[in-house]
Structures are given as C-alpha cells and as structure tokens.
Ligand binder design. Structure first.
Ligand code: PEP
Ligand code: MG
Length: 865
C-alpha cells in the first residue's frame, strides 16, 4: 500500500483549490475560516480518487489515524462544481461491535445499535450494491448483519480501514459510470471532470442531552424571497429531518407546531448568526446541514441552495443590492439559458383545455409543439425551425440531444428523478413523466390515450410541465410572471452589454413578447409567415396559379391590404423601434396543397379542374427546392411579388407616421448571391417608394439590406455592400450551404456525427466558428472595407446562443436577433462577455480567442460557490 501525500486536513491555511479538491472541500475550508464549528475533515483530491477508481488502494489506515481509537466518519462527494452531482454521502463508517460497545457507554445501547444498523444497511445498498429489499425498514442490527452475510457469503467488514477503503472505491467508481458522466455533461461538465472526496468526523445526532440534526436555509427556493426554511429533528442524522413523517420541528416559531427557536433558543440564535456570516463570507445563499451533539452545534456542510431560475435571478439581485457582491458578479451568476425557463409561459388555468394524459409535473413551464417519437426526429424538426414535443416510453442518455431540440418532453414511464425529469429540469424544458395509460408505438409513430384517441407524429399537443398534463392542440397560455428582480436584473444586463439585441418576430404577439423582453427592435420579420393563415393562403394560391401577369396582379392586389395591415400592426406595437422586414423567401411550392383533398378544395375555390391544378403543381416541382426558385430568385423572375410587398411596407410606414408611430423600415432581400440581384431589386423598391411618396404626398426614409445566406454572398460582400445599408447573417442557411448539409435532414445523423467527434456540436445549434465563422469574418471585413458604417447583424438561430454571440461580438457585429424568448438570455450573454472578457478582447488575437472559446464551451460558465 502506498502512503498518499495528497490527503489534506482542511484547515484555514491548507492549500485547497476547488479545481483539485472540489467545491465541497473548498466550501468547508471557508466555513472553518469563518469560525464555524466544523468537525475534523480530510480532503482527497481528484487525482487520488481517479487512481482509486482504476484500482489504486489508498492507505486508509493512516488516513484514519487522526480520528482517534474509535473512528466514526462520513464520506461526502466534492465535485469541482456542486451542480455536477456525485455519489451520495455515506455516514457512520467505522461502526462495528467494538465501536458500538464504546458508544453505548455515552449514548446508550439503543442509539449505538441504531447507528451500526444504519451503517450496515447503507453500506450494503450503496457500496456492496445489494438489493434494498433485503434491508427493510424496522430490521434489527442482527438482521441486517445476517442479510449482508447471506448475500455476500462473508461477514460484514469489521475493520474501519477496510470499510473506508470500500466506500472510497465505490464512490470513485460510481463517478466514472456512464450514466453519472452523461448526467454531469448535460450540466456542462467537461468529459474529464474529476471528483474529490471529503472524509469527516461524524457529529452524532443521537445520544444524551439535546442531540439531533437539521437543515437551514434563508430563502425560498422557488421565488428567491428571503425566508428561513428547514427542519430539525431530535435524535436524527443527516437530512432525516427533511423527510421525517413525524417529530421534525420547524426552525422558527410556527403556528403549525413546535420549533427549534422555542426548544433551543441559543442554538437557533447561533445558527442564524452562522447563516448571516456565511451569506457574506461565502457570498451566496447557502443551505447549511447541522447537527446538535449533546447541546453543542456543529456545522457539517453547506451547499448552494438549489433553486429555480426565478429564485436564481432574485438571489443574485438581492446579494448585489445588499452589497455582498458587485452587480457584475450578479450578472455572471445566472446562465443565459436559465432565463429561458423563467420566461416560459404557463397554461391559462381558466381557459378550456383538453387533457389527454396526466402524469408527474417534472419540469415547469408549458410548451406547444408537434409530436415526434425519436430524438433524431426532434433534431430534424428543430432544424426546420418547428417546435416539437418529444414523446417516449422513457428517455435514456442517447435522447439528450433530442431533448435539447424539443420544446417539451412527455414520457409514459418514470418519476421525478427519472432520466427525463432530471435532464429536462437541467435544460429548462417543460416535461411530464409517468403519464401512464398512454400506449406509445415509436414504430407506428402513434400515441393512444386511455380513452382511445390516437395521436400521430406531427399532431400538435401542449405539455404542461407545471401541472403534469398533456393537452391536445395548442392550449391558451399566460405569459410568464416577471417579477421586480427580473426587471432589475435585465436593466443591469442592458447597462453592461454593448451589443444590440433584437427579436425575430412575425406576428403582433411575437412583437409584444419582444417588447416585454426589452428587445431593441425586430431583426427579422419573415413575411411569408403572414400568408399561411387560411384566408390568405387561398389568395396566395390564386397568385401562384395565375395564368398571366394580369391575373397575378389581381391576386396581389388582394394580398396588398392584408400585408399592409399586418405590417402596420407591427410598426404600431414597436413604437418607433426598428423593424427589419424580409421579402418573401420560401419556394412557392410550399404554399401548394400537399394532399388530394387539398387539391380538390383548391380546384373548387379557383374553378379549375383537378388535373389543371395537378399540372400546375407538377410544373412548380423542383428537385432541390431549397436551392431553387426561392428568395431573391423569385423576386427577380416574378418581380410583382416584391413590388407588392414594398408597396405594403411603404403604405404602412405612411399610415404609421400618421398615427404617431413613425418608423424607418428596413427591407431585407433574401438569398442573394450576386450584386446584380441587389441592384435589380433595389431599383424596383426605390421606384415603388417614389410612387408611394408621390401618391401620398408623404416623405419617409427606408433602408435596404441583404441577408447573407449563401457562401457567395459572403465572399462578394465587398461589392454587395456598395448597394446596401445593412447586412444580416442568416446563419441557418449559411450553415446549410457551407457544409452542404440539409437543415431539414441533418438530424438523422447529427447524433452519430457529434458522438464520433466529426463535429464538436450540432452546427445548426452552435455556430461553427471555424468554417461558417470564417466566412462571416471574411464577409464582415470585405463589407466594412467598402462601407465602414454598414450595420451588421445575425438573425439565424445562432443569434440566441451564448457561444455564437461571443463570436459575433468579436467579429464586430452590431446586433443579434433571435426568437423573442431568447432575447433576455442573449442580452445577458452579451453583458457577461463585456464583464468577463473586456481586457482579453483587447489583447487576444482572433485565433487565440477562438481557441479559448472552444475550450470554454466545454467547461461552461463558472458558477460554483
Ligand atoms: C437563416 O437562413 O438563417 C434565416 C434567418 O432565414 P430562415 O431561417 O427563414 O431560412
Ligand atoms: Mg434563410
């Protein structure tokens, strides 16, 4: 056996870094420095634990030397960041016949036997991995020892050094297990994250005098409001008080029952004093685990209070307002993506709803999307910009990427701590688990409810993760309640960030949400979305089917007022904030009926024969529609469409000004790849503007720009810039075209690609800064060389992703635009960049910076205590 110099007693002056010994060891050292009565604790570093996992046998005999003749200890996990979890704490190591006899003198035989029995039970289940059924509640000590011996074919280990060795080995190995690894990676832990362990002298909650244990915290974990919470139980250990069915005391005076404050006022006062000191010293809201040992208080452990996103924001704001931490730090404490959860709408409790399944409310918030039955289908759906709900029997680690892509998760099996529940909460995705009674067939792609209804892939459902319900169709939603803490927090973020944040918004509702989240404007209004509603779709189809220019003009004339009114509504809501309107982009066939019934209806509406309609559909069919007649190509070949849209924009502008909401619209041309395209379209837009000015007698300004979505547009950005006022990077298509990777189909193999390290991440989710990013940099450089004051932005999905935002800021982008719910997160990400990287940004070369970002991406943001 080898003596291990790395064991370190945790003292005020010991050298203990959380990067080597873990957050718990570091935290205990801080508690000791704050003069809290922490029992003797020894820390084991990551390298030691890793060696133990691979077979190394530590010298536990010498480790136990400092713990006296009858060592009685616990072992707690200490990961680098407490959020990354770890195996459960094991208490009462060292119990054997001799220790029991020794303890019986001071705490009594019954209490001593109880400790021994508990240890045998937890060792058997947690360390020897025996079935819990062999160790039922109420079992005697002898029964537990006999059960162990009969299952293991050997007596229960007596020697504390052997017991400790086995505990250390089992905890070390548990950390290396695949499930543990995947779970922590889902929380941002790097693949090689280490585990430290803390061996601590037990403070006994059992025995003579006042003995017991409890947990105290000073906030409500759901809201973050200041409130003393917790429980204490006499003659108890660990966290028993929290789960005790009877006998647990409230901490503060409470009408409902006896409290620690009344029973032991000095201990209560001492706890409050430690709590207040801990909050300031640790600069965090901590949950403190304590034990009372014959009237003396011991502080065993403190962890960051687990909290909802809402509470996370409130605590950060309160700590900054109380001057415990600076505002910058408050902003750094909240992960941008956590804001998404906070902003989730809830199902309106007063609106009618059609519940098809009930289960466990596993992750809060509500979301509506189309049913998908597999993770790849979820990724495909998300890549197409469609919201989807992942429906599974239960989820497994291979589903994590699909869960990332889904807006909601519904499982037939599982409980509050099942894989689906744990992961969904971590991701902030609304989730219902254990919706028993559903019959899900992934092969048939159907879900049958108890009452016999059948849902198929693509059907729209709503997940209410706050109530545990699955609802048919799109349920009426209430927007999230944003408290004062959130408003203050976002105001600070705005103060620190130096990047504009706009929203991608196509409807008045989107625009209102954007404003509520303080978007600086609309960075992308996809006008085609305005034509999908029933009444418009028919007119749109008439336009597409028009035999000649005159018929087409007639249909467009009917579309004009609809488009104008939609835009006017947006302009009015946005109250002068900028609105960037993208001209019609998708291939026309997307508007055509997809099935026989649709064809028949269209034939009827247009008084055409079915065969004529089919012929027209056939004529419009393309082999590669995404690379075909779409975007500006349509604008050039069927110019009347863009003419109508330009007129709608300008007439709405004039009317908005009349109504007191003046605006300078920004008109964006999609899918360009050549400057001549821009010249042609710009020429027509300018003439429509001149006509509207003449007709209305009103003057107005406007800007024309392009969305850079093709590699050629990026390469030729220098000459395109000559003709435009702004450029926005449409990184969805730019990624698709740079990789030659279909955004609609990549989900099928993305999992395999990422798993095998072909791509570090899904490039549709996180911007590929090495490839697509290089194109973006080339475009930005060339465009700015032509026109220094050109406004540049990004409006692909990446605009809401923190890593991609970091890159855009480095590239000199003026603003990012993302879906409304991602606006606060994007703003926070931008503020965090200013706070954490200001000096580095000036010094680092671009390649150093990119290398650092790639590394940072693996580790996530620091959020440990
Ligand atoms: C893009 O391609 O990045 C973009 C914003 O346009 P869309 O997603 O509508 O194709
Ligand atoms: Mg696009």
């Amino acid at each position: 056996m080898q003596k291990l110099p790395e064991f370190v007693e945790i003292t005020p002056s010991a050298s203990i870094a959380s990067s080597a010994y873990g957050a718990r060891a570091k935290c205990l050292q801080r508690l000791i420095r704050l003069d809290m009565p922490v029992p003797l604790s020894i820390a084991l570093p990551f390298i030691e634990v890793r060696a133990i996992a691979s077979g190394h046998r530590p010298d536990t005999k010498s480790l136990l030397e400092g713990f006296g003749q009858f060592p009685l200890i616990s072992v707690r996990p200490s990961a680098e960041t407490s959020d990354w979890g770890g195996p459960g704490t094991i208490l009462n190591i060292g119990m054997n016949a001799a220790t029991t006899a020794h303890l019986a003198d001071t705490i009594g035989q019954e209490a001593a036997d109880k400790l021994y029995r508990r240890f045998v039970q937890s060792f058997s289940v947690e360390v020897a991995r025996l079935d819990t059924e062999a160790f039922p509640p109420g079992q005697s000590l002898d029964g537990a020892l006999a059960a162990y011996e009969s299952e293991m074919d050997e007596p229960f280990p007596d020697d504390p050094a052997v017991q400790l060795l086995e505990v250390l080995r089992s905890m070390a190995r548990a950390w290396e297990g695949t499930t543990a690894r995947l779970l922590r990676q889902a929380k941002g832990a790097p693949a090689e994250a280490g585990l430290g362990l803390v061996v601590q002298r037990m403070a006994l909650g059992l025995g003579q005098g006042e003995c017991g244990s409890g947990v105290i915290q000073f906030i409500d974990q759901a809201t973050g409001a200041k409130q003393i919470k917790g429980r204490y139980k006499s003659q108890a250990q660990g966290r028993e008080a929290l789960t005790a069915e009877a006998g647990a005391l409230y901490l503060t005076r409470d009408k409902r029952g006896e409290s620690l404050e009344e029973r032991c006022p000095e201990i209560y006062a001492e706890l409050l004093a430690h709590g207040a000191r801990g909050r300031i010293g640790l600069r965090e809201e901590m949950q403190i685990e304590f034990t009372v040992e014959d009237g003396a208080l011991r502080i065993l452990d403190a962890v960051r209070v687990p909290r909802s996103s809402r509470a996370g924001v409130r605590v950060a704001v309160d700590l900054a307002n109380d001057e415990v931490i600076p505002r910058q730090e408050a902003l750094m404490r909240v992960e941008p993506q956590a804001l998404g959860e906070l902003l989730h709408p809830q199902v309106d409790p007063d609106a009618p709803k059609d519940v098809f399944a009930s289960g466990i409310a596993a992750s809060p918030g509500a979301a509506t999307g189309r049913i998908v039955f597999s993770a790849p289908a979820a990724q495909t759906c998300a890549a197409q910009g469609d919201a989807c709900v992942l429906v599974r029997h239960e989820t497994s680690p291979e589903d994590i990427r699909g869960m990332h892509a889904a807006v909601g998760v519904l499982t037939e099996r599982g409980g509050v701590t099942s894989h689906a529940a744990v992961i969904a909460r971590g991701l902030g995705v609304p989730c219902v688990v254990g919706a028993s009674g559903l019959a899900i067939s992934s092969r048939e792609k159907t879900m049958t409810t108890v009452d016999g209804r059948v849902f198929r892939e693509g059907d729209v459902i709503t997940i209410d993760g706050s109530r545990g319900e699955g609802l048919a169709g799109e349920a009426a939603m209430l927007p999230a309640t944003l408290d004062d803490g959130f408003a203050t927090f976002m105001a600070w973020a705005e103060e620190f960030s130096d990047l504009g944040v706009r929203a991608n918004a196509d409807t008045p509702q989107d625009a209102e949400t954007s404003l509520r989240f303080q978007a600086d404007g609309i960075g992308l209004c996809r006008t085609e979305h305005m034509f999908f509603e029933d009444d418009r779709l028919t007119v749109m189809r008439e336009m597409i089917f028009a035999d000649d220019a005159e018929d087409r003009r007639a249909a467009l004339e009917r579309l004009l007022p609809m488009q104008r009114e939609d835009l006017l509504a947006l302009f009015e809501i946005m109250e002068g904030k900028p609105v960037c309107i993208r001209l019609f982009d998708p291939p026309l066939h997307e508007f055509l009926p997809q099935n026989r019934e649709g064809v028949r209806q269209l034939a009827e509406a247009m008084d055409l024969s079915v065969s004529r309609v089919n012929q027209r559909i056939e004529a419009l069919r393309e082999f590669n529609p995404m690379l075909g007649m779409r975007g500006v190509r349509l604008g050039i070949t069927v110019p009347e469409i863009y003419d109508m849209q330009a007129r709608a924009i300008f007439e709405a502008t004039v009317e908005a000004a009349r109504r007191g909401a003046p605006i300078e619209p920004e008109i964006m041309i999609p899918l360009v790849s050549a400057k001549r395209e821009v010249e042609l379209v710009k020429g027509r837009i300018d003439s429509v503007a001149a006509a509207v000015r003449a007709e209305t007698g009103c003057d107005f300004g406007y800007q024309i720009g392009v969305i850079v979505e093709t590699p050629r547009a990026a390469l030729r950005a220098g000459e395109i810039a000559d003709h435009v006022d702004f450029m926005s990077f449409g990184t969805n298509d730019l990624t698709q075209m740079t990789y030659g990777l279909s955004r609609d189909d990549a989900g099928r193999f993305m999992g395999a690609y990422v798993q095998q390290g072909v791509y570090p991440e899904d490039p549709f989710h996180i911007l590929d800064i090495e490839g697509v990013g290089e194109l973006l940099l080339i475009a930005a450089d060339r465009a700015r060389a032509t026109k220094r004051d050109l406004t540049m932005s990004i409006c692909g999905e990446h605009g809401g992703n923190a890593d991609s935002i970091a890159f855009c800021r480095m590239a000199g982008i003026d603003y990012v635009s993302c879906s409304p719910f991602r606006v606060p997160g994007a703003r926070l990400a931008a503020a965090q960049l200013v706070i954490s990287e200001a000096p580095e940004r000036q010094k680092a070369t671009l390649s150093q910076w990119i290398a650092r970002r790639l590394k940072l991406r693996q580790g996530g943001l620091p959020n440990e205590v």
